[in-house]
Design a protein around this ligand. Structure first.
Ligand code: ASP
Ligand code: CP
Length: 305
């Protein structure tokens, strides 16, 4: 049975530590790794748009000496002729050693994994999960704060549909002394199952609507985009889209060692004037994504340097 990555909790905390150590080593000594994926192929099957995830996976495979194939939109695949996701991955598994897949339907990568003889990586499934973004986020937090325990983590914006938030919460719940501050309009608050998980695991959290009221208490501020593509009604999106805009005025209320993160792409939720603030970590975050994905590809294909 191949090892898939569908949810972040498919990896133990020890395995996540090892991946982060491996990513650090790849960053330090890339030349050691440049041939380790020779003759291996990664297929990127993106049924939904992406810039960072697809291209960082492809760059990761190339930097390890491997090759890539795939598609960046469903319309250029036989999905348009009515082929199922399961038949698609059965096919692609004949041509590639590992598959990274993004799909608008929640659970699609899980269904695909049930029939697929090669590892499947969930690169984002609808409004559900995005585990490789979480690996990127954890590596960023470890590098910027030097720890993953004892943190006050503010998650701000679209907590209802933001899959990166869902995966990050599931991951961070497992560390010690984490307190979540969930900042959203009521209509975009976290799904009930996540709130129940926090209660069950006795993880401390508060839910608020105003960023100004809490920004000064945070170690991490994780901003998110309102997920337009998940709304049924454009008028609701227009009403909610600019609920939060992080600007220099709000940054002035924050701690000197705040770490501002965002999975990107951003729309208006972080003003450009914040980019030059040393506390803005979102561009570093996307860079780390490539290295942690290199480490993940090596782990799932059981390849050593
Ligand atoms: N790029 C992230 C995702 O695909 C976040 C976003 O699109 O807002 O979930
Ligand atoms: N963070 C992220 O998943 O970005 P893309 O949607 O551009 O892949």
């Amino acid at each position: 049975m191949p090892r898939h990555l569908l949810n972040i909790t498919d990896l133990s905390m020890e395995e996540i530590d090892e991946l982060m150590d491996q990513a650090d080593d790849i960053m330090k000594t890339p030349e050691k790794y440049q041939d380790c994926m020779r003759h291996k192929k990664l297929a990127t099957l993106f049924f939904e748009p992406s810039t960072r995830t697809r291209l960082s996976f492809e760059a990761a495979m190339m930097e390890l000496g491997g090759n890539v194939l795939g598609f960046s939109e469903a319309s250029s695949s036989s999905a348009t002729k009515g082929e199922s996701v399961c038949d698609t991955v059965r096919t692609v598994a004949c041509y590639a050693d590992i598959i990274a897949m993004r799909h608008p339907k929640e659970g699609a990568p899980m269904a695909a994994a049930s029939v697929c003889p090669v590892p499947i990586i969930n690169a984002g499934d609808g409004g559900h999960n995005h585990p490789t973004q979480t690996l990127t986020d954890l590596l960023t937090i470890r590098k910027e704060k030097g720890r993953l325990n004892q943190l006050v983590v503010g998650l701000c914006g679209d907590l209802q549909f933001g899959r990166t938030v869902h995966s990050l919460m599931s991951a961070m719940c497992r560390y010690k002394s984490i307190r979540f501050v969930l900042i959203s309009p009521k209509e975009l608050s976290v799904p009930e199952y996540l709130r129940e998980n926090l209660q069950r695991d006795k993880v401390s959290f508060t839910e608020v609507e105003r960023l100004e009221d809490v920004i000064g208490t945070l170690d991490i501020l994780y901003m998110t985009r309102v997920q337009r593509e998940r709304f049924f009604n454009e008028a609701d999106y227009v009403r909610l889209k600019d609920s939060y805009i992080l600007d220099t005025e709000k940054m002035a209320m924050a701690r000197k060692d705040l770490c501002v993160m965002h999975p990107l792409p951003r729309v208006n939720e972080i003003s450009r004037s914040v980019d030059s603030d040393p506390r803005a970590c979102y561009f570093k975050q996307m860079l780390y994504g490539k290295f942690i994905r290199e480490a993940l590809l090596m782990k799932l294909l059981e390849v050593k340097a």
